[in-house]
Design a protein around this ligand. Structure first.
Ligand code: FE2
Length: 218
């Protein structure tokens, strides 16, 4: 329900939590991680961006890149999420995935700049799944990459930002054809005919018509 609330607040990432959960579980299974870990991972991945509930819309939904100040605010979704859920004692083991999924092996992540093994495996698995989904989804600031392009970028990040074992697991799962991606391409409305257009011009949609999303498979 909480993850659904984030998707509602930020329609560009609708379904993001579900996909990150699915990819995270595939990665963990490929890594032969125990069932108890998978159960914690499932809930943690589903809730990893819950702190976005506390980020103002003008930042969360801003098209184009964020200013440095806005990015500093955006970064707080990690600690905000953990703080929202900290009172729920049953979720204590899930908190590292929520608070630390933007940490990077090289120490250049956030919120704390942790390095390597200082970052719990839970957060390292979610980070790979999260990066893959972010790259293969249309965002206000980016057209989706193809899965092959995304995996190329992710391979480059292995050992630098992302856990190499989790990256290798994602690649193995993808190469077996187990990841199907639904990609949404934005279909722009057709501009209305110009006044000087000939009478035979086919009437087009008005510019007031909303941009439609067309679902395609890749
Ligand atoms: Fe996040």
């Amino acid at each position: 329900m909480l993850a659904g609330a984030v998707d509602e607040k930020d329609p560009y990432t609708r379904g993001h939590s579900d996909r990150v959960t699915r990819y995270s579980l595939m990665i963990a299974k490929e890594m032969n991680l125990p069932l108890a870990f998978m159960e914690i991972l499932q809930v943690s991945a589903q809730l990893h961006d819950v702190g976005k509930i506390g980020i103002e819309d003008h930042i969360l939904k801003k098209p184009g890149s964020l200013t440095e100040e806005e990015f500093e605010v955006m970064k707080t979704h990690t600690t905000k999420g953990a703080n929202i859920l900290r009172p729920v004692t049953q979720l204590a083991e899930m908190l590292p995935g929520i608070e630390l999924h933007h940490e990077a092996l090289d120490g250049r992540g956030y919120p704390y700049g942790l390095k390597g093994d200082q970052i719990p495996l839970l957060a390292r698995v979610i980070a790979v799944a999260d990066t893959f989904d972010a790259l293969t989804t249309n965002r206000p600031y980016q057209q989706a990459h193809t899965p092959d392009q995304a995996l190329g970028i992710i391979k480059n990040l292995a050992g630098k930002r992302l856990d190499p074992a989790a990256v290798a697991a994602l690649l193995a799962v993808y190469e077996r054809g187990e990841i199907k991606i639904q990609r949404f391409t934005i279909k722009r409305p057709v501009l209305p005919p110009q006044p000087q257009a000939t009478a035979t011009a086919v009437p087009a949609a008005t510019s007031a018509e909303p941009t439609t999303l067309e679902r395609t498979r890749v």
